[in-house]
Design a protein around this ligand. Sequence first.
Ligand code: AMP
Ligand code: MG
Length: 350
Amino acid sequence: METEIIEINPLENARPFYQKAAELLASGGLTAIPTETVYGLGADAFQPDAVAAVFAVKERPSFDPLILHLSNARQLDEITEVPEALRETVDALAGEFWPGPMTLVLPKKGVVPDIATSGLPTVAVRVSAHPVMRGVCKALGHPVAAPSANRFGHISPTSAEAVKKELGGRIPLILDAGACSEGLESTILFPLIDDRGKPAVRILRHGPVTRERLRGVVRVLKNPRLPASGGEEDDERPAAPGQLTSHYAPSKPLILVDPKEPFEARPGESYGLISYKGDSPLARQDCWAAVISLSPGSGRLAEAAVRLFAVMRRMDETPEVDVIVAESLPETGLGVPMMDRLRRAAAQRV
Ligand code: AMP
Ligand code: MG
């Protein structure tokens, strides 16, 4: 299959392209669509066959449910049944973080096909801040089911070029609106009533909306099962379906190291370093075939987050590098979701 790539500038007259993508989706086809987090692989969420095609194209296991995108928060009640006791919390979160990189897991209505939620009674929903994703959702008039536009377990794509490498030849269309502005998948929240009868959320996946920002709006329960909280996973089951220990992985082995500790290179092996600022004692060692810094010099976590997946991809594609070594990052704010992705990238594939 030929993959067409259409460059879109949402500030110019992009509506005919939203229309074209929506027609493709309405006919049961798939298209890659940019969001502020990563590029998504979109299908009409109300067509079970189209949703099935998303799983097939991504080689995604059927137990890993998809996120449904809405063009606007007012559509939430069309697909979810928000429990009365959680209404205020859901409205507060939506008001604060939508449109934006936050996903809510809520009880689903019957219109949502079971295949989209892997048979779960809940559905993951988001209103993206990206005008192209919202424009396509609006033109379609239905929610768009859109997981990341990569093959399962691979690094998420943050550019149209990366989508082409992952899914070129498998899908008919990629809408290209440049690089993603957040660069990490959305924060996934599960709103619930806790054992004291109070509304709260559990973080199912760390992302651009950090724990610190959430705490300003809602009570955040500790989730001891998430490796990003600093420790090892102490439960065999992932915190959310699909959040497998090995994920977001380059094709080369990746080792996560403390930048203050010396690295012992094994003879005959060629290493590439992903450094945070590029000025650590580790970065000054002379054993690297390549060094790429996530936020050269200044060390800003937001800059590092935007670049993380693209840099992992570049290292993966650098022919002189056999093994990728990544410096561990400070685990506050955006450092938490980044360390989550790095730990999963470092986990041995089964
Ligand atoms: P992706 O769209 O590839 O970033 O992945 C979406 C992720 O959202 C899945 O891997 C799940 O971990 C999570 N998710 C989707 N639906 C649900 C749900 N109903 N309950 C819990 N987690 C969900
Ligand atoms: Mg994904």
